[in-house]
Design a protein around this ligand. Structure first.
Ligand SMILES: [Ca+2]
Ligand SMILES: [Ca+2]
Length: 176
């Protein structure tokens, strides 16, 4: 008898233990970000959607600009996505223009400090979120010296490669 009771108790315990995982909500995009310091390049929490991908950033220009790519195999409405220069700051985020972006197509957004109420600094970050739910799509945090004036910081190869200091290729394929 004693063995049977132990088994029942263990099974009940397992059942309850599984519940929190099943009911766990998706990762919270509003979760506080670790302060800048020891790990300035740490991305915000959560796995990026990588629908609209940040492909190149050119700070220190007149105007600054960013290049994004539709990384999916279907057309994407660009206005369904927003971008901001501070991780998680959706209140300050700016929507991209109304425009269907074809699979693999690029779009260059000027970041001029007027229509877009911020510019890009030499040690900055850009994050792209889906407007409907605040889910992170892609982004990058760069350090001082990574994107000097006249150069850019770009994924090489396009879309899938890591960011590196490179020549500017506004609206064109990235190159070292
Ligand atoms: Ca930075
Ligand atoms: Ca480019």
């Amino acid at each position: 008898m004693r063995h049977a009771i132990v088994v029942v108790t263990v099974l009940a315990g397992c059942s309850h233990a599984a519940d929190p995982a099943i009911d766990a909500p998706p990762s919270n995009p509003d979760a506080p970000k670790a302060p800048d310091g020891p790990a300035p390049d740490a991305p915000p929490p959560g796995t990026p959607l990588r629908i609209i991908v940040l492909n190149e950033v050119a700070p220190g220009e007149n105007p600054d600009w960013i290049e994004v790519v539709n990384a999916t195999t279907a057309p994407v409405q660009l206005a369904d996505f927003v971008f901001v220069d501070k991780a998680g700051d959706l209140a300050k985020a700016v929507p991209f223009p109304q425009m269907m972006l074809s699979p693999g197509a690029r779009f260059v957004q000027d970041v001029d400090g007027t229509i877009v109420p911020f510019k890009l600094g030499s040690d900055e970050e850009v994050w792209i979120y889906r407007a409907s739910d605040g889910a992170l799509s892609d982004g990058v945090d760069w350090d001082e010296g990574a994107a000097p004036t006249g150069k850019s910081y770009a994924r090489i190869p396009d879309v899938f490669g890591p960011f590196q200091t490179s020549e500017q290729t506004r609206g064109r394929a990235n190159q070292p």
